[in-house]
Design a binder for this molecule. Structure first.
Ligand code: HEC
Length: 179
């Protein structure tokens, strides 16, 4: 890259053109995004909690969000809805032919922070990115509570959520072809 640029500048120099003329030749399209515009896209959250926003919520507050915005698809307390089950199945991810794995947040997901990140990015299905940060913490807290992973009155926020230990935290391994 560097070499190319130097060669280009040298060629332009020979042709008698200035740097200013070069800048004018670049199409002046678009504009710089504002910090607000950037922040609405900057929503990734790492397993260790980096990227979690301000805000907080409890299972009780989350129960109301869940009933209004999630239950129709995911069922009462995360079970029996028309789509993916979100609760139960603990102890079924054991790698045995005799036990049918039931993959839920409680039985399968390795990080509570990823549950938050997933919901933040993609749920409710037809209205993603519509929940406030408090609603996101609350509904995540509710899902963790119905899976028996936090207490009824635990408050979830950027500090507490990243400390929740998921049962299948160590159930993953790196796979490479041939293993
Ligand atoms: C209109 C139906 C619908 C609604 C409403 C809905 N979801 Fe979903 N949800 C889905 C579908 C479909 C998937 C599977 C998407 C996929 O795998 O690509 C899903 C997946 C999920 C998953 C991932 C589960 C897993 O183990 O892979 C979570 C967590 C989740 N939804 C939470 C929520 C929450 C919280 C709400 C309410 C704020 C909600 N959903 C509202 C349809 C819905």
């Amino acid at each position: 890259m560097f070499m190319h640029k130097r060669l280009l500048m040298a060629a332009l120099g020979l042709a008698g053109m200035s740097g200013a003329a070069l800048a004018e030749d670049i199409p002046q399209l678009g504009r710089v995004a504002t910090p607000e515009e950037m922040s609405s896209w900057d929503i990734d959250v790492s397993p260790d909690g980096t990227g979690l926003p301000l805000g907080s919520g409890t299972p009780k507050q989350g129960a109301a969000v869940y009933a209004a915005q999630c239950e129709s698809c995911h069922g009462v307390k995360g079970v029996g809805g028309p789509t993916i089950r979100l609760a139960g199945g603990l102890g079924t991810i054991v790698g045995s032919a005799n036990v049918r794995p039931i993959k839920t947040i409680g039985s399968y997901w390795p990080y509570a922070t990823s549950v938050f990140a997933y919901i933040r990015r993609s749920m409710p299905f037809y209205d993603s990115k519509s929940l406030s940060n408090d609603e996101l913490y609350a509904v995540t807290a509710y899902l963790l509570q119905i899976n028996g992973l936090i207490g009824d009155n635990d408050v979830m926020n950027a500090q507490t959520l990243s400390k929740v230990q998921m049962p299948n935290r160590d159930g993953f391994f790196r796979w490479k072809p041939g293993d």
